[in-house]
Every structure is written in structure tokens, then in C-alpha cells.
Design a protein around this ligand. Structure first.
Ligand SMILES: [Zn+2]
Length: 269
């Protein structure tokens, strides 16, 4: 089947990307056939490179300017940059990892194709992310004898899903202030990033994050199997859509970090 895809010029890159889920399975086998398909399938970084180089060479495809180490943008990339690895061509990411204001945020969000999270009134994510989440939640519901769902953190609210700049700012001021922001910008304070995102920097602005109450292992498994992972250390309810299988994450440089029994997949920066 793989050869059929490669041989036909009529198969578009987009279509191949749609088949990425199927093709990805063969990347681990290192067989010749699978190696041949890599050139026409979504990017897999050179495995000779170190973690950081593999991560950066992957996200360079979505982020036109990689910030310099030590800058605020680099600190943000370390904390929230996991989403830039997403291989799905229908997933959009901003041109930089900080929005200056509501207008910039809105202009980016206006370009997104959104989908609704099932069973909610106003919880929206980028469509591929919403589709994957709906699949995860329904597979868990199907498997759980009590027909329970994976609940949103607040129960149903849009604040758990895609947020406006104003909501991001409001959350920031709930937990932090301008003095803390200055310390984060100088690299002197990082812990706060696991509690709340500085103004204009949340993954929730990108439509690729959701806050959930996924406490048991089967809920987490259903999310992981559909490309959703905990990527921000200490932010337990926060899930990021990466769109990859767990067994492939380290190929892209992700590091597995277990903190107080919770497995996070963090950037290698
Ligand atoms: Zn969150």
C-alpha cells in the first residue's frame, strides 16, 4: 500500500499527510520501503542529530524565526513550543510565539478552521484537534462501564478551550503581575509558566490546547492515543494537541519527564 501511494503522482502531499497516521507505523521498522516513503511524507528529523537539533529542525518548518537562547521568546518556546511539532498541514501555528495584543491574536484566530468539542456549547479548537479530542473522549466513554466522559476542567466552559487575548490576560492577572512578568522575561522566574501563561503566549490562543480533568490512566491513554499530551510541566489539567503517536515523540526530540507521577512530554530546550 505504501508503494502505491509513492508511485502515483496524483496523490497530493496533502493526501499523503492524511495517510501519515498509517505510514507512521513503519518509521520504526527501518525497512527500505519505509525509508523510501519518508522523502514524500511529512518531515522526520535526522536521527543522527541530538534532541535539541531534532526538535528545532522540526519546528523550523512552522516557525520562520527561531528565537535566540536567553530571549523571552526562547523561554516561551521551551515552555509552550510543543505544539509547533504538529505534522498536520491543516493545523496552523502563529509566526511567532507571542501575540502583542488582541488584534494580532484575532487576526491569527480568524485564519483558523475550528471544530466544536462534542457535548459543549462553546468549546472550540482547531478542527483536527477537536476531531482528535472528540475521538479520545468517545473511545473512553465507550470503554468505561459507567459511560462517563473525560470532563473539561470547569465542566463545560469556553475558558478551557480557545481563548481570547483578554481571557489570557485576565488569567495572568489572577495569579501574577507585571513584576513577575519582568522576572520571567529576564529568565529569573520560570515556575509561573506551569501555572499561567504570560499575556499573549498561551497555547489556548492557538486553538491547540484544552484544560481537562483526566485523572485516571485510561482517560490519559485515550488522549495519548489520539495525539493529545501533557506538555507543560506542573500544569496538570493542560493538554496539548501534538498529533503524533507517543512512541514517535522522542524522534522529534521530546523528553519524557515524570513529575509527581505525571508523565509530561517536554521540549528539549
Ligand atoms: Zn491550559
Amino acid at each position: 500500500m505504501v508503494f502505491t501511494l509513492v508511485a502515483s503522482n496524483e496523490i497530493s502531499y496533502h493526501k499523503l499527510n492524511k495517510n501519515f497516521q498509517q505510514l507512521k507505523g513503519c518509521f520504526n521498522t527501518n525497512s527500505l520501503i519505509c525509508t523510501d516513503t519518508i522523502s514524500v511524507t511529512p518531515f522526520i528529523p535526522n536521527q543522527q542529530l541530538n534532541d535539541q537539533e531534532r526538535f528545532l529542525s522540526t519546528i523550523a518548518r512552522k516557525l520562520p524565526i527561531i528565537p535566540q537562547p536567553g530571549t523571552f521568546e526562547y523561554i516561551l518556546l521551551r515552555a509552550y513550543g510543543a505544539a509547533f511539532v504538529n505534522p498536520d498541514t491543516e493545523i496552523k501555528l502563529p509566526q511567532k510565539d507571542i501575540f502583542a495584543n488582541e488584534q494580532e491574536t484575532q487576526e491569527f484566530q480568524d485564519t483558523l478552521i475550528m471544530g466544536q468539542v462534542d457535548g459543549t456549547k462553546d468549546c472550540y479548537l482547531q478542527k483536527s484537534a477537536a476531531d482528535a479530542l472528540n475521538k479520545a473522549r468517545s473511545s473512553y466513554r465507550g470503554a468505561s462501564l459507567t459511560l462517563q466522559n473525560i470532563p473539561l476542567k470547569s465542566g463545560y466552559g469556553s475558558g478551557d478551550c480557545t481563548r481570547s487575548f483578554a481571557t489570557n490576560l485576565r488569567f495572568w492577572h489572577k495569579y501574577a503581575n507585571n513584576q513577575i512578568l519582568a522576572r520571567v522575561q529576564q529568565g529569573k522566574e520560570t515556575k509561573i509558566l506551569g501555572l499561567v501563561a504570560p499575556p499573549g503566549t498561551s497555547q489556548h490562543l492557538w486553538g491547540l490546547a484544552i484544560d481537562l480533568r483526566a485523572s485516571n490512566q485510561r482517560q490519559k491513554q485515550a488522549l495519548n492515543q489520539n495525539g493529545w499530551f501533557q506538555t507543560v510541566e506542573n500544569d496538570i489539567p493542560h493538554w496539548t494537541y501534538i498529533g503524533l503517536r507517543e512512541e514517535n515523540l522522542s524522534q522529534f526530540g521530546f523528553k519524557n519527564q515524570v513529575v509527581r507521577g505525571i508523565t509530561y512530554w517536554v521540549t528539549p530546550l
